[in-house]
Design a protein around this ligand. Sequence first.
Ligand code: 4NP
Length: 147
Amino acid sequence: MVCLGNICRSPLAEGIMKVKLPESFFVDSAGTISMHEGKHPDSRSIKIATNHGIDISKQRSRPIVKSDFETFDKIYCMDINVYQEVISRTNNEKYRQKVSLFLEAAGNHKNTEVPDPYWGDLNDFEEVFQLLEEGCNTIAQQLTHNV
Ligand code: 4NP
């Protein structure tokens, strides 16, 4: 799960997806910038997750690295800028095929991007949670039926 800072959206996506998938799946998140590296998720993401019974407080922000293209089978991007940035990091076609827009992969026909809630309020974080939760339901089904 990849967003810009790895403190708002992708930590939520990671936390939600971990609940939806069996433990045999390795779910992680990263950002395209390293500005927040080592930090815990934004307190608003932690709060919204907690409201829904999910603990993301122990996560730490990290930037995406080259080896992620090999480590992971799927790389889901929260918005188009993030997608373009991630794609630009590799010329390898096999790796590029692993990368998709989260909401597109989830078959969401209304929204293409998970909006950045960083400058918003708790309601924006709740909306992000809802988008992610619905998307994770669909993606978790896809992934578990492929096992
Ligand atoms: P995220 O949100 O990409 O969902 O983690 C943001 C976090 C930090 C910044 C922007 C968006 N920032 O500008 O520092």
